[in-house]
Write a protein that binds this ligand. Structure first.
Ligand code: AKB
Length: 327
């Protein structure tokens, strides 16, 4: 592992914050260069480079400067923000990926990681136990870019042999970082209100079931996929990956086992429309077979761990997280 030099693009986002630390634990602080369009508010340990992923020249300069061998490309505009400006979403999500793949091809990088999402589903996709091989008719610009991105990744693998690997993340729940601009963000926001004894107004209907995953599982899945032997991977667009699924009402009721006073009201907005195009549960048999995926956290274990950790953070007085518009 000593020879790998990793660049994380979008390191200030919900996944990037946690994944960068996990990568440093595996590869060493000096071997993981973190980058983001925004300077972090807190002092960063290790090397930080300010990077707009649309700036291919600067990206190439960073790759050469640090002799980067792997890129984790996490920068993207998410589903809800994406609907505010679809053109910008297309430009950012597609052109940044194109820059990354082209540089990976030209510079013979060892591996690229590309996060996809359950947002690739929609239209006639079966909603229950959604299979790996199925109809993709995304109905948000974010989902369209993720679906197209999956195809471009597969193209670069087949045509140029770029070793690009990808997962379709469900909604992600984390205590270390905040999401920004997604439809599943409610499942993080509700915890912050709960531990602060504030009422929570949910922008989805109480019975809107969506696939979700706790961040430690998502990080472990990412690292396991990236470490899997190249010959074991039968899919080069993106793997379905399941953790748990629940409705806002089910999540609220599990949180109330720890914080009984939590008050929740429901005021669905345009994000309910987005969620309705998605699926409620996912079949990840191919990920289990190819690289041994298995989640550890169910709803009960996730809620307990989230509350314990958010309480610790509250008691130590830390109140701010990096804002993010990244995955
Ligand atoms: C979003 O809600 O946009 C993301 C996702 C499911 O990809 N969390």
């Amino acid at each position: 592992m000593g020879t790998e030099k990793i660049l994380v693009i979008g390191a200030g986002g919900q996944i990037g914050t946690v994944l960068s630390n996990a990568l440093r634990d595996v590869y060493g602080i000096d071997n993981v260069i973190v980058s983001d369009i925004r300077q972090p508010r807190e002092t960063v340990i290790g090397v930080f480079e300010k990077l707009n992923a649309l700036d291919g020249d600067r990206l190439l300069a960073i790759i050469k400067k640090y002799r980067i061998t792997q890129i984790y490309h996490l920068a993207a505009v998410l589903s809800a923000s994406g609907e505010q400006n679809p053109r910008r979403t297309w430009d950012i999500n597609m052109n940044s990926l194109y820059n990354v793949l082209e540089i990976a091809r030209q510079e013979n990088l060892h591996k690229v990681y590309y996060p996809s999402s359950i947002a690739v589903f929609g239209g006639n996709t079966p909603k229950e136990n959604t299979p790996q091989f199925t109809v993709l008719q995304p109905q948000t610009m974010y989902g369209i870019t993720k679906s197209a991105g999956e195809q471009v990744c597969q193209y670069y693998w087949q045509k140029y042999g770029v070793d690009v690997r990808s997962l379709r993340y469900p909604g992600l729940i984390s205590y270390q970082s905040l999401p920004g601009g997604g439809t599943t963000d409610y499942a993080v926001d509700i915890f912050h209100k709960a531990v602060n004894n504030e009422p929570f107004e949910c922008f989805l209907k109480e019975d809107m079931r969506l696939p979700m995953m706790y961040m430690p599982d998502a990080i472990r899945a990412t690292l396991e996929l990236m470490e899997a032997p190249i010959d074991s991977l039968s899919i080069r667009y993106s793997y379905n990956m399941s953790g748990m699924n629940f409705t806002p009402a089910e999540l609220a009721s599990e949180i109330r086992k720890h914080i009984p006073k939590l008050e929740v009201s429901y005021k669905p907005d345009f994000r309910q429309g987005i969620a309705e195009t998605w699926i409620s549960s996912i079949d990840d048999a191919v990920a289990r077979k190819d690289w041994g995926w298995k989640e550890k956290y169910n709803l009960e274990a996730m809620v307990k761990d989230m509350i314990e950790n958010l309480m610790k953070i509250k008691n130590t007085g830390r109140s701010s997280y990096n804002e993010s518009s990244c995955l």
